[in-house]
Ligand binder design. Structure first.
Ligand SMILES: *Cc1c(COP(=O)(O)O)cnc(C)c1O
Length: 399
């Protein structure tokens, strides 16, 4: 039977030591042992089910990690204090000085800055490519390429990565395919399409409450064990672990992710159709004439739609600012970065979440200064929200 990410969460039986359906939070940094030998074995990763110290593993983190691994169809997972914590921990485990990464040019701004400004300090070289140009990806691979890095749906241009094709390129060259799936949980399970490592900012859709930052890494047992190795693991030695209180609350929010993703996608598709009728320049991968439509269609789970992210292009940041301020006062949503919230959030990407990307590079990747990225909310009456947006578009003279 084909792996079903949402159903797999329901197949899990996760309850606590007292039958508590929401397992109690393990509020401990350290764990006691009855026998000294068990402690030694745990240190060497040889005592199944034993916990040693919460930077390494904590039972609350294990519940959430297991649920995420079930969702992704990977053997294991590990949860981090932020999405950047997940991305940097995974990449630094896979690469050493002298290695090379091929990355999508359009990624989250922090990821771009890490690769562009920080990795060169440790002699790790990164080549940025248009990830939808498979020939360019192939041409960028070198003998020392350890990682091909991309986002399933890229931020903020919403390009779609052809994961099966990228996986073929990686297999042929021995590189690992690392995929940030932050925009498309449940819609795409990247490991089923050949990703070796899947990373998340759980801050966004997975948690969906905007009450914390958190991240996750999913992969093979072998990879997760490398991360938490006491001698060589980046997770163990850099220490980006998530707090167990947060793991517990994110796990509860994960249980409604399937309902939320359907509503985000439904509302985004509704607005996309209205944007089209109004003649706006916009990008939504769910439109059949979108460049990424066919690619996403072949990877996606049909129950969850094309996602909650839309970008419209107003040409200049001045126009974008006027519209965003009007939409904020009209109650369309909030002028804010981040995504996956119950309210619609919008921001001007070039001046906010992608401001780490130099202007020339923004131009090269096709990021317009007038781009407004929308994270469409869970609005119950999306028609009413559209009417508010339409009013703002008219009042501002854009339509
Ligand atoms: C927000 C985001 C990140 C960074 O996550 P944090 O939780 O803020 O550290 C990484 N990738 C994508 C695609 C994001 O949207």
């Amino acid at each position: 039977m084909k792996h079903d990410p949402a159903a797999s969460i329901f197949d899990l039986k996760q309850f606590g030591e007292f039958g508590d359906v929401n397992p109690s939070v393990t509020d401990s940094a350290t764990y006691t042992f009855m026998q000294a030998k068990t402690m030694t074995d745990t240190f060497h990763g040889e005592a199944e089910g034993c916990f040693l110290y919460s930077r390494h593993w904590n039972p609350s983190n294990k519940y959430l990690s297991d649920a995420l691994a079930a969702m992704e169809g990977t053997e294991a997972g590990w949860v981090t204090g932020s999405g950047m914590g997940a991305i940097t921990t995974a990449l630094l485990q896979l690469c050493a000085s002298g290695d090379h990464i091929v990355s999508s040019m359009t990624t989250y701004g922090g990821t771009f800055a890490f690769m562009q400004n920080w990795l060169p300090r440790f002699n790790i070289e990164v080549t940025f490519v248009d990830i939808t140009d498979l020939n360019a990806v192939k041409a960028a691979i070198k003998p020392n390429t350890k990682v091909v890095y991309t986002e399933t749906m890229t931020n903020p241009l919403l390009q779609i990565s052809d994961l099966p094709a990228l996986s073929e390129i990686c297999k042929a060259s021995g590189a690992s395919l690392v995929v940030d799936n932050t925009f498309t949980p449940l819609i795409v399970a990247p490991a089923l399409h050949g990703a070796d490592v899947v990373v998340y900012s759980m801050t966004k859709f997975i948690n969906g409450k905007n009450d914390c930052v958190a991240g996750a890494i999913c992969g093979t047992n072998d990879f997760i064990n490398q991360l938490i190795d006491v001698n060589n693991g980046t997770a163990m030695l850099l220490g980006p672990v998530l707090d167990p209180y947060r793991s517990s609350s994110i796990l509860k929010n994960l249980h409604t992710l399937h309902i939320r993703m359907k509503q985000h996608s439904y509302n985004a598709m509704y607005l996309a159709n209205k944007f089209k009728e109004a003649g706006l320049r916009f990008n939504y991968p769910g439109m059949p004439d979108n460049k990424g439509y066919e690619t996403l269609k072949k990877m996606m789970h049909p129950d969850f739609g094309f996602g909650g992210m839309i970008a419209i292009d107003l040409g200049t940041s001045e126009k974008a600012n006027i519209l965003m301020e009007m939409m904020e006062s009209a109650g369309v949503g909030y002028l804010a970065v981040s995504l996956g919230y119950f309210k619609t959030l919008f921001s001007n990407s070039g001046k906010s979440t992608s401001s780490e990307v130099p202007e020339e590079v923004q131009k090269e990747m096709g990021l317009s200064p007038g781009l407004i990225r929308f994270s469409v909310g869970l609005d119950h009456n999306i028609e009413k929200t559209w009417q508010k947006i339409l009013e703002c578009l008219k009042t501002s003279g854009i339509l």
